[in-house]
Design a protein. Sequence first.
Length: 252
Amino acid sequence: MGKNYLIIGATSGIGEMCVHRLVIDSDYLLLVGRNKSKLNELEQQYAGKTRIIPVCYDLMDLDHMETIFQVCTENQIKLDGMVYTAGMDGTWPIKVNNTEQMVQMMTVNCFAFVEAARKFYSTRISNDASSIIAISSIASRMPEVGMSSYSASKAALNSYVKTMAKEYIRRKIRVNAILPGAVSTPMAREKESLLKNVTSVAGKGSSPVSDHVQKLGMIPSDIIAAYVEFLLSDQSYYTTGELITIGAGRVY
């Protein structure tokens, strides 16, 4: 019998790669994202292979998070794992800080995860010995110029993961975070391309991420998905409260 997983942020990047990797051995995949057409595309792509339930939801709405989990009770599904890959990126110096953007970033990168994990903890929603995984960032440990809000949101996420792991141990629910460096996703590749142009014009080399910061280059998203798959599996039963860094050669 396969397992049932919730993937929040399933329509692109790491989240979509997790869908492709987990679909083989799953009974149900509950996929959450803002892109309704992409959710429908994933549902059609795997029709007949597993049962996919798409939920279009904006994570800025913290007050109606139960909407995501209603389908569990309606379909009598109990989840074995939750993967939170949703995230908001952005770079700006503190001297021009925008409080609205700062709150949005903290909401998507941290608060929505906490609310979703709080709902997940219900015995009506999840099985004992299930697994919660959050995608954080190495930036939470290596703040860079212009990344104060992003780094702070991910550092806050890490703190919740550590505390949650202690509180959820009563049900043997594992809670871990993965802290990758630059991952090869559409958004990251676009950002990398812009950085290449800037550094090339300035005569400072080709790629600050691949060549100077991450000695092993950008991380393929399927590598992160493989770590997620392990942390969801029974093989990770003894792993909880961990912040697993995948730095690709970054030293911090």
